[in-house]
Unconditional design. Structure first.
Length: 167
């Protein structure tokens, strides 16, 4: 069983906020992913399907549709690099290469750094185009980036300090 009693109780309460029980699935997926080191196992998806009264394929369909859910293990820090037009025009590709060079990661879920600390992903527009180029880490946006700012961000992540907000 992947869902603890505590999580089940939390999700029962969560469901009271929605007109339909299954509407709690996405926040539950987020919560489970956070609890499980950044990814969702098949067992978690099956338990969630059972909990929400859904077919496992439906839960898998939701989890695999949205890029913020990961179905394979990730590093301690997931750096999502926007590569859409505004960011691309302002150097996103060079920034991505710089991040990969500094972390030892390759872009994609199979490219986690050898030390297991960093996963670097290419992602679609994050809605911060006016402050391109940008990356998202642990739910925080880091905008108007250049290599020096990225180096400071990586140093904070390496040190365990909270790397928060755009700078
Ligand atoms: S194009 Fe990168 S945030 Fe919109």
């Amino acid at each position: 069983m992947a869902l603890s009693d505590a999580l089940r109780a939390e999700f029962e309460e969560l469901c009271t906020h929605y007109p339909e029980r299954r509407a709690g699935l996405i926040p539950a997926l987020h919560r489970c992913q956070d609890e499980n080191g950044g990814w969702l196992t098949p067992e978690i998806l099956e338990d969630l399907a059972d909990f929400f009264g859904l077919a496992p394929v439906d839960v898998y369909g939701v989890a695999s549709f949205y890029p913020m859910f990961r179905l394979r293990p990730v590093g301690e820090h997931v750096i999502s690099v926007c590569h859409n037009i505004s960011c691309a025009l302002r150097g996103a590709e060079a920034l991505l290469e710089h991040i990969c060079e500094r972390t030892g990661a390759r872009p994609g879920l199979d490219g986690t750094s050898p030390d297991g600390r960093f996963t670097v992903l290419r992602v679609e527009c994050q809605g911060a185009c006016a402050n391109a180029p940008m990356v998202e880490v642990h739910g925080e946006y880091h905008e108007d980036l250049d290599p020096a700012k990225v180096d400071r961000l990586l140093a904070e992540l390496q040190s365990g300090a909270p790397a928060r907000g755009a700078r």
